[in-house]
Design a protein. Structure first.
Length: 309
């Protein structure tokens, strides 16, 4: 299912539910109604402003529909996320299989994710005209569990090639870093919904193991899709847009609706995250051997835009 990602970015707003709609209201003055969105159309709500208020009934209705409610800090990173308890009719069975999965299984799956991420990063570099050999040379070196941390080695090369030698990834930074933060927040919300809908527990990861991270599996599953956000940020910067604005936010959200190439044909990024999470649950249950990952390459709409420029 493809739903709408709704961001509330203006201060002093009140959100509530009315007759199957999420209603946005000005919380000051005449308290005018500013808009409505059908609850059944919402994939996630991003709360990215000061002075917001919302009713418990709204949060319950969103949870019942599997739509995460994401709380953002000033740097546009997600700091909290309300997720539903019930996500799939086989949830208990799938979580039990997830817990019982062996360490070798987790290592094998993580190596597959890392290879696909490196392939996607190389595709992003190719689109920008940067050399891809520094990334592609690493793909064959990824072993089960990635004990040599090839993923991190790839990241060091990748950021320099994509944004220049002076660039440093900084989660507290502005400009390009702020755009990356926001894009990842939206992608994380989308992936969280996919993980929950697949009946998996978001805290039981393949590789991420930070005790303070309740979204470890979400962060694992979203890795192959990060280059989609990275390339969009590169494209925005090339066009002179290097700050988080309403326009750049909308551009980053739209990226999740772009099609990627898969074995089943062109598939929106949002649906690709669902297919990957579902395939992971099926691997845990012994119903399949491999993850359903997108093929290396750019989102089709973005590739066409780059060719036209």
């Amino acid at each position: 299912m493809i739903g709408r990602i709704v961001e509330v970015a203006d201060d002093r707003r009140h959100l509530f539910m009315h007759r199957g709609f999420m209603v946005v209201q000005d919380s000051e003055g005449e308290r005018k109604e500013l808009g409505q969105v059908p609850l059944d159309d919402i994939a996630a709500v991003i709360a990215n402003a000061h002075g917001l208020s919302y009713t418990n009934n709204l949060l319950v209705a969103l949870s019942e529909r599997g739509a995460p409610f994401v709380l953002c800090a000033a740097n546009h990173n997600a700091v909290g996320m309300l997720l539903p308890i019930d996500g799939n009719f086989e949830q208990a069975k799938r979580i039990e299989a997830q817990i019982a999965a062996s360490l070798p299984t987790h290592k094998r799956l993580w190596a597959t994710v890392v290879r696909n991420k490196l392939e996607q990063q190389a595709a992003a570099l190719e689109a920008t005209g940067a050399p891809t050999a520094p990334l592609t040379a690493l793909i064959g070196k990824v072993k089960s569990g990635d004990p040599e941390n090839i993923e991190a080695q790839g990241a060091q090369r990748y950021w320099r090639l994509l944004f220049g030698n002076a660039f440093r990834r900084d989660q507290d930074g502005g400009g390009v870093n702020g755009l990356l933060n926001y894009g990842y927040t939206v992608l994380r919300a989308c992936t969280a919904r996919s993980v929950i809908a697949a009946g998996l527990h978001p805290s039981i990861g393949l590789h991420h193991s930070n005790d303070n991270n309740a979204m470890r599996l979400v962060d694992d599953v979203m890795e192959p899709f990060r280059p989609v956000i990275d390339l969009k940020v590169w494209h925005l910067r090339r066009n002179g847009e290097d700050q988080v604005t309403p326009e750049t936010k909308r551009a980053l959200v739209r990226t999740l609706y772009d099609d990627m190439q898969t074995d089943a044909g062109a598939t929106p990024v949002m649906v690709c995250t669902q297919k990957l999470a579902t395939s992971l649950a099926q691997v845990y249950l012994g119903e399949r051997d491999k993850l359903d990952l997108p093929l290396p390459g750019l989102p089709i709409a973005l590739a066409n835009a780059l060719q036209d420029e």
